[in-house]
Design a protein around this ligand. Structure first.
Ligand code: FMN
Length: 189
């Protein structure tokens, strides 16, 4: 059911790196992005797939994980994503409409969770270094990275506490906590 899928589609930052994700699976996720709405039907988004060690390492090394957890430097070898989808804007097709990127990301994220995969959208990217190391032509502007793999951590959504903090945190038992505003707070009238 869609509501359950949305509820369980949390950002995952620890994976079972040994569990491979096939290029066919990545292609099926990009197909969901392809079918998503886009402003004036311009469809300026393009995608770069990675499911092998060398490419994965190039991508991983340019990402920043969990900004609210400064003491955690990101997933260790063995718990890193098994695959990535880079979302690009093809500048020759037109300028990016940010909302197009968001919709397409959510389509892929839900598709990944439906397929039993964990995922995390990453916007903290050294885009210049990544563009260079992957030898991506200039017309393809790197927007976001979707990291994918078999999840190796549990994530719990919970109400925002009395301190009002929206910062996520990880407890001693390795459970990742994500505070979300209540329905009452976000429906203004
Ligand atoms: C546009 C966007 C960029 C994000 N960039 C990063 C990132 O660079 N690194 C990271 O660890 N998480 C990143 N996230 C994940 C968010 O931190 C996460 O969605 C948020 O904490 C809520 O958790 P949830 O996805 O489980 O609901 C990003 C999410 C979005 C939507």
């Amino acid at each position: 059911m869609l509501p359950d899928l949305v509820r369980k589609s949390r950002s995952v930052r620890k994976f079972n790196q040994a569990a491979a994700v096939s290029i066919d699976t990545l292609r099926s996720l990009v197909d969901l992005a392809r079918l998503s709405p886009s402003s004036a039907n311009r469809q300026t988004l393009k995608f770069f797939l990675s499911a092998e060690q060398k490419r994965n390492q190039l991508i991983f090394s340019q990402l920043a994980w969990a900004g609210y957890l400064p003491d955690w430097k990101g997933p260790l070898e063995g718990e890193r994503p098994a695959a990535y989808i880079l979302m690009l804007n093809d500048e020759e097709l037109g300028p990016l409409k940010e909302v197009d990127a968001g919709i397409a990301l959510q389509s892929m994220l839900l598709g990944a969770n439906y397929a039993g995969l964990g995922s995390c959208i990453l916007g903290s990217i050294d885009r210049v270094k990544l563009q260079t190391s992957l030898e991506l032509p200039k017309r393809f502007r790197i927007l976001f990275v979707l990291a994918l793999g078999e999840p190796a951590e549990q994530v719990a959504v919970e109400p925002i506490g009395d301190d009002g903090s929206i910062r996520y945190w990880r407890d001693q038992q390795n459970l990742f906590h994500v505070p979300k505003r209540s329905l009452e707070e976000i429906i203004v009238a």
